[in-house]
Design a protein around this ligand. Structure first.
Ligand code: GTP
Ligand code: MG
Length: 342
């Protein structure tokens, strides 16, 4: 049912490339905006310390992983000095009293504790910048997966651009909001990284499989091994970039990969190993889109997708493949880029 793609002429590839580069330029925050986020964090930390002495706040998620939008939320994790893990803490009542404290902060609005979720959080709105945010406690694995994503982003500039393009695509098609039953940004980012690892030749290595010792080191957090090779200055000694494709070709390749090549029934989208992982191995056969978290191996990012939503997501990819895989002499005057077709 998929139309054949046009010949990849230099002119066609150039158009695709321009669209991807432009999307990145339009949405990536600049250093000033990143600085604003750090500033809000510092201000909140000193405010929170009034009641929680020894509290430390740390940013994670897209403010830190390299794939943030200008309006992305502030994902903040709070830990207490001298307390390694959340063990023995009453997280729900800490979240509730944190909410009471934040209500006294003059710059914040809409303070809302959510204590029924898997990870209890307190949500807030920062009035001056219009940014939304949430604070969770001891969300330590998220700090590590943020670092992992940031490392992949730093390996090759095409990683960042493709992750942005995919996030924009997902938002425009209404398939990128986990709170409304679709997939989170994090889920889409894992899909992009997996594709880039599977590309021949690969665009990125599997950082969790590279180590200097004889055996893979064990760094346990909440019972999971969060080790990955993070010495990026030395990475070229261990892995050489052989893929020279343009970002435009890689973007169309991604849409092709997930509509034509990848067998969702058989395989898991897993960025922690290069060997194929089957849905059967994981006993995750009841879902069509299966995305394994790189550290928490019991966590399937696709677990919350209904059959209807799964079809909707697959249709968006098929539609994307035909929109981006069609040559047009010129777009109608009201369009400047294929992104606007969504
Ligand atoms: P945007 O906010 O959309 O720009 O992207 P984000 O990467 O910050 O996503 P989000 O705010 O939804 O999630 C914040 C972070 O939580 C992610 O980057 C991950 O580090 C971490 N995380 C871990 N597990 C999950 C999960 O199951 N769902 C989501 N959404 N995030 C997770
Ligand atoms: Mg976020």
């Amino acid at each position: 049912q998929l139309a054949p793609l046009p010949p990849m002429t230099p002119a066609f590839l150039k158009t695709l490339n321009t669209v991807c580069q432009q999307c990145y330029r339009d949405f990536a925050p600049d250093d000033v905006e990143l600085g604003v986020r750090e500033h809000i964090l510092q201000d909140l930390e000193s405010f929170v310390k009034r009641q929680f002495t020894g509290a430390r706040l740390r940013l994670f998620g897209s403010s830190k992983n390299g794939f943030g939008f200008k309006q992305s939320d502030l994902d903040i994790c709070m830990v207490l000095d001298g307390q390694e893990t959340a063990e023995g803490l009453d997280c729900i009542s800490i979240i509730e009293s944190l909410a009471r404290l934040l209500r006294k902060h003059p710059g914040l609005r809409n303070i809302l504790p959510i204590t029924t979720a898997k990870v209890p959080i307190v949500k807030f709105y920062h009035a001056r910048t219009g940014l939304e945010g949430d604070i969770s406690l001891y969300n330590t694995l998220a700090l590590h997966n943020t670092r992992l994503l940031a490392s992949y982003a730093a390996i090759d500039p095409r990683v960042k651009i493709l992750c942005y393009v995919t996030k924009v695509f997902a938002k425009l098609c209404d398939i990128g909001d986990a709170s409304r039953g679709s997939l989170s940004s994090y889920g889409f980012t894992l899909m992009v990284l997996f594709y880039l690892q599977q590309r021949n030749p690969p665009v990125i290595p599997v950082l969790q499989e590279i180590y200097d010792e004889e055996k893979k080191p064990e760094v346990l957090v909440d019972g999971w091994n969060v080790y990955f090779y993070d010495d990026l200055d030395k990475l070229p000694e261990r892995w050489q970039q052989k893929n020279l494709e343009s970002v435009g070709a890689l973007w169309l390749g991604l849409l092709q990969f997930y509509t034509e090549t990848f067998d969702f029934r058989e395989y898991v989208i897993s960025i922690r190993q290069s060997a194929a992982l089957t849905t059967f191995n994981k006993q995750w056969t009841s879902k069509y889109i299966v995305i394994e978290d790189p550290f928490d191996l019991n966590h399937n990012l696709g677990a919350g997708l209904s059959r209807r939503m799964t079809n909707f997501i697959m249709k968006a990819f098929i539609n994307g493949r035909s929109v981006f895989g069609t040559t047009v002499k010129a777009y109608p005057p009201e369009y400047t880029s294929p992104m606007e077709f969504f």
